[in-house]
Design a protein around this ligand. Structure first.
Ligand code: ASP
Length: 445
């Protein structure tokens, strides 16, 4: 039987009306057989997410303080949802039991996971679907790494016994059964894992936006939505700051060739963004897929005459960076210069020591840090092979009077990265968007 796995985010299940909308969506297509809920999120700005309240409970438990006041708020949310939906399920006994278990188990992961657990139970009662506790079906190894293959086999078998099921997101368990969570926003990963195990034809990720936008709406006014893109493109965009989906949610479905559809619970007729595995599956192509970027990077430039002929120079540079546990972003090189681009957050912890170490092991003629760099990725599969793409990009920056301080095209052929001064970041993003999206192909170059 063909299957769609649906994940509903916290903002989509924040109150009774969210539950109703989710049920309507689920019942509208018989292929929607498995659902992965997050914990209730914010109902309005100023509200608190259940997961945040639970972490606050844990902080109190750890200090030996009474956490009843916070737990009351949590309980009121679930009781309110059940009552407003007119359910004949009373969550109070389960909430009491949960409160007691928080005290007896009291690990941060267990406490945080209760938001999804309780929401999963409530949703399963509301839908009349089976409940599968994620602690029984999502496996982590002893070190706390997600056991993807073990889970895929065991969960795949288990799902065969359920026509319909609710599997809470965000957590699973260590081999000894104690709860382990993914990182924040991890229900996206749970949904992808369930989609893979169910051999689903589609993973629908229901949230409060209609998919990805081509640029940050805080910078570009009313950017267009992305209708379709590949997982590789998404990875490039997410890495550079586009956040809608947890980045680790890509791997299970990409591997299994299952598309992910980001949909809006409040606008269910909107097609959202479809993410596919293969370039051939992308139906219509804009000249570029999206633009994303970040501020606050530094460029360390290491100069040495005849560096190109000196064996091991690059290795020594990277060795120094590695010794401080720093992960670098880019590595543009010239004949006698090698540059390392590092985020300020990482660099600031070791700035002077790193420079001393580089001077020591590389013996450069000159070494310099320039800070205040912003990186902008212009992403689009195949665009690098399209004549005029780079010309249009740099022409747009030139016309906007933006100075390009670094260029990195990499070998992926789906991304051109430029480094500009932090103050020129917004101007640069707007100029690129305008050249590729608003002006259309003919006028850009
Ligand atoms: N509830 C968890 C969080 O707030 C996980 C999730 O929503 O995906 O991070």
């Amino acid at each position: 039987m063909s299957t769609i796995v649906c994940k509903f985010g916290g903002s989509s299940l924040a109150d009774a009306s969210g539950f109703r909308k989710a049920r309507e969506i689920l019942l509208a297509d018989p292929r929607r057989r498995y659902v992965v809920p997050s914990a209730p999120g914010k109902r309005h700005s100023g509200d608190e997410k259940i997961t945040d309240l639970l972490y606050r409970c844990y902080a109190k438990v750890e200090k030996g303080e009474d956490f009843s006041d916070i737990f009351e708020k949590i309980a009121a949310r679930y009781i309110g949802i059940a009552e407003e939906l007119g359910m004949d399920f009373d969550p109070r006994p389960l909430l009491e039991e949960t409160k007691a278990r928080i005290l007896s188990v009291h690990t941060p992961d267990f406490v945080a996971s209760r938001g999804e657990y309780l929401n999963g139970v409530l949703l399963s009662k509301f839908l009349g679907w089976d409940f599968l506790d994620a602690a029984q079906v999502m496996h982590f190894d002893k070190q706390g790494n997600f056991a993807a293959e073990w889970t895929n086999r065991a969960l795949g078998e288990e799902l065969k016994a359920h026509e319909h099921a609710v599997i809470p997101g965000f957590y699973g368990a260590f081999p000894d059964g104690s709860v382990r969570t993914f990182s924040r926003g991890g229900s996206d990963i749970s949904g992808a894992v369930v989609a893979r195990a169910a051999q689903a034809e589609l993973y629908e990720n229901w949230t409060d936006v209609s998919g990805f936008l081509m640029a940050d709406p805080r910078i570009v006014e009313n950017p267009k939505g992305i209708e379709m893109l590949t997982y590789r493109e998404l990875r490039e965009l997410s890495y550079m700051g586009a956040t809608v989906l947890h980045e680790d949610a890509i791997f299970p479905v990409h591997k299994a060739g299952i598309p992910t559809n980001i949909r809006n619970t409040n606008d269910p007729s909107h097609p959202g963004t479809m993410i596919v595995s293969r370039e051939e599956d992308v139906k219509s192509r804009q000249p570029i897929t999206g633009i994303a970027g970040h501020k606050n990077f530094s460029l360390i430039s290491i100069e040495k005459a005849m560096m190109n002929a000196e064996l091991g120079f690059g290795r020594r540079v990277l060795q120094a960076v590695e010794e401080f546990g720093i992960s670098f972003e880019h590595l543009p090189t010239g004949i006698d210069t090698m540059c390392v681009i590092i985020s300020d957050k990482e660099l600031n912890l070791h700035r002077d020591k790193l420079i001393n170490r580089l001077s020591d092991i590389c013996q450069p003629d000159h070494i310099e840090i320039s800070s205040g760099l912003a990186l902008i990725a212009t992403v689009g599969q195949g665009m690098v092979r399209t004549r005029g793409t780079a010309a249009r990009l740099f022409n747009a920056l030139y016309k906007a009077n933006v100075n390009v301080r670094m260029i990195d095209q990499g070998s992926s052929e789906l991304n051109i990265i430029v480094g500009v001064d932090g103050e020129e970041f917004e101007t640069a993003v707007r100029a690129i968007y305008k050249a590729f999206i608003e002006e259309g192909p003919a006028q850009g170059v």
